[in-house]
Design a protein around this ligand. Structure first.
Ligand SMILES: [Zn+2]
Length: 526
């Protein structure tokens, strides 16, 4: 090994060591506000952009690491200069970590970091032709892809207010989070669109969308303007298809609490997901516009995320079920409200099958801290098992205490972050019950219960045996049991199950013909 190579390696090691992990960053700083200036030029060639990051410092420090991708297969980004409070500062940029080095700032001070940059990656902000061969650009940040196009602390745990100034050709329109402040004609052919939120968001849902849109205001519901943004070439179908947004909004307003944001725009886009719940400007896949409607469940899901995911955000990616599980369950509740109980039951049954199929292949818990590629968290554990967990919790504590707990959880952590323990503590406080074991077996351990039952008439009583046959530890749940007697007479009982082998005696001198376990579908099992 040559000395030159060794010193390069050592240098690389020192630089890498300098980049701070998230815990280190959270200990030293809190981003309060992002102001991004983004320019769209010519044939969607991007010029220099700027990020102004208002940061509160918690400790005396002389450096801070941001997430910003230097290059990937598709291209390289570049930095023109970095400043703190308008003064040039040094930086070290390796892979996706941009560490700024500046004269020491003191604990309790707020400073503005500015990064002047261009980005060359094809990820994060997706620049692509739409299905009508028209230029579009749509941010698609989940789970941690904001770093491809905007320098940020790209972690759901550091929320900040955000402001976008987007400079585009005048024939294009811009949608972004928050309130539209102004559209300014800059010169003959260019416009500057200015959006701003006065509520903090996680970076995963900070977005802009640029396209030739047609827009329609559906109306004002409980004080929130609901609008449709679709490609001009399919606006007639788009307006019809997207006209389903107001009902879920009104439903969740009543069920959870007031809608957290200043507008609700539903946007046809190029997101890689079927829908992406970007705060106050939800992006849907472009093929959702068909002219055939049937978007109720998708819209309900993404709109539910405005409360859970966007307003109450998971503290880190591993607790994403607090976003996806809640959105999935609320989507099903809305389907039940809109189309009746059969629809709700159908959705839950469908979701249960997805969990069972996944469980047959993968033995992992809902909260799986072994995952390093966060895209893998978009699995049936986070969505459908999360939804089923809420359904079983509802059975466990009863309807009114369940919804009281959900509302209290939302109200306590709105515009902030929460993890699973915080949710558990809210439910425990509201219900007066200890729920460690219930949360533990369903969320922190893999698998599902496999139950078998038996009954035996014993004179004036009936003995009921319930066995959990899975290899894993016992699950805790409430189990409804229906006994069928002669002449189609039925009797229903509910048992608290905690052990793998449980025996109950019921005062009843009739001879049962049949035992039906969980007749109303409250238990997720193999
Ligand atoms: Zn979702």
């Amino acid at each position: 090994m040559s000395r030159l190579l060794l010193s390069i390696l050592l240098l690389g090691f020192c630089f890498s060591a300098l980049a701070q992990d998230y815990d280190q960053r959270f200990a030293r700083a809190d981003v309060l506000h992002y102001k991004f200036e983004i320019g769209v030029y010519g044939n969607f060639h991007y010029g220099y952009n700027a990020a102004h990051i208002t940061t509160f410092f918690k400790t005396n420090t002389d450096s801070l690491t941001l997430d910003f991708v230097k290059s990937n297969k598709s291209g390289s980004s570049s930095i023109k200069k970095v400043e703190i409070d308008g003064n040039i500062c040094e930086y070290i940029w390796i892979k996706d970590k941009l560490t700024l080095i500046f004269p020491t700032v003191k604990a309790g001070e707020t400073h503005t970091i500015s990064v002047y940059y261009s980005f060359g990656s094809d990820d994060g902000l997706i620049i692509a032709l739409n299905r009508f061969n028209k230029n579009t650009a749509f941010a698609d940040n989940w789970p941690n892809r904001a770093r491809h196009w905007i320098p940020t602390i790209d972690h759901p745990g550091d929320k900040a207010t955000v402001e976008f100034l987007v400079n585009v050709p005048s024939n294009l329109d811009v949608i972004a989070n928050g309130k539209l402040q102004s559209v300014t004609k800059l010169e003959k052919t260019r416009s500057l669109w200015h959006y701003k939120t006065d509520y903090p968001l996680p970076t995963k849902v900070m977005v802009i969308g640029v396209a030739d849109f047609e827009t329609q205001v559906i109306g004002n519901f409980d004080g929130t303007e609901v609008s449709t943004w679709v490609f001009a070439d399919n606006s007639k179908n788009g307006f019809a298809d997207y006209n389903v947004a107001s009902e879920p909004l009104v439903y969740f307003n009543k069920l959870i609490g007031p809608y957290p944001f200043d507008k609700l725009a539903n946007v046809q886009s190029k997101t890689r997901y079927g829908g992406m719940e970007n705060a106050s400007a939800i992006f849907y896949a472009e093929n959702t516009v068909t002219g055939k409607g049937r978007l109720e469940s998708l819209f309900a899901h993404e709109i539910a995320h405005q409360w859970f995911g966007n307003s109450v955000s998971e503290s880190n990616w591993y607790h994403v079920w607090l976003s996806e599980g809640f959105a999935t369950y609320l989507e099903n509740c809305y389907m039940g409200f809109k189309f009746g109980t059969d629809s709700f039951n159908y959705c839950m049954k469908y979701d249960g099958n997805l969990v069972r199929n996944f469980n047959n292949r993968v033995q992992k818990p809902v909260i799986d801290t072994t995952i390093t590629d966060y895209e893998e968290l978009l699995n049936p554990n986070s969505y459908q098992k999360g939804a089923w967990f809420l359904h079983m919790l509802r059975k466990q504590v009863g309807d009114s205490l369940f919804w009281l707990s959900v509302r209290k959880f939302y109200d306590t952590y709105k515009f902030a972050n929460a993890d699973t323990r915080m949710f558990k503590e809210v439910v425990e406080t509201q219900t007066g019950r200890k729920l460690d074991n219930f949360f533990n077996c369903w969320l922190y351990k893999p698998g599902l219960p496999r139950i078998s039952t038996a009954f035996q008439s014993m004179g004036d009583s009936i003995k009921i045996t319930i066995i959990q046959e899975q290899n894993a530890d016992a699950f805790e749940f409430k189990l409804d049991v229906r006994l069928k007697f002669l002449n189609d007479v039925f009797a229903d009982y509910t048992f608290d199950i905690k052990e793998k082998f449980e025996v109950f005696f019921i005062k009843n001198n009739q001879q049962p013909l049949e035992l039906i376990a969980d007749p109303n579908g409250w238990l997720l099992r193999e």
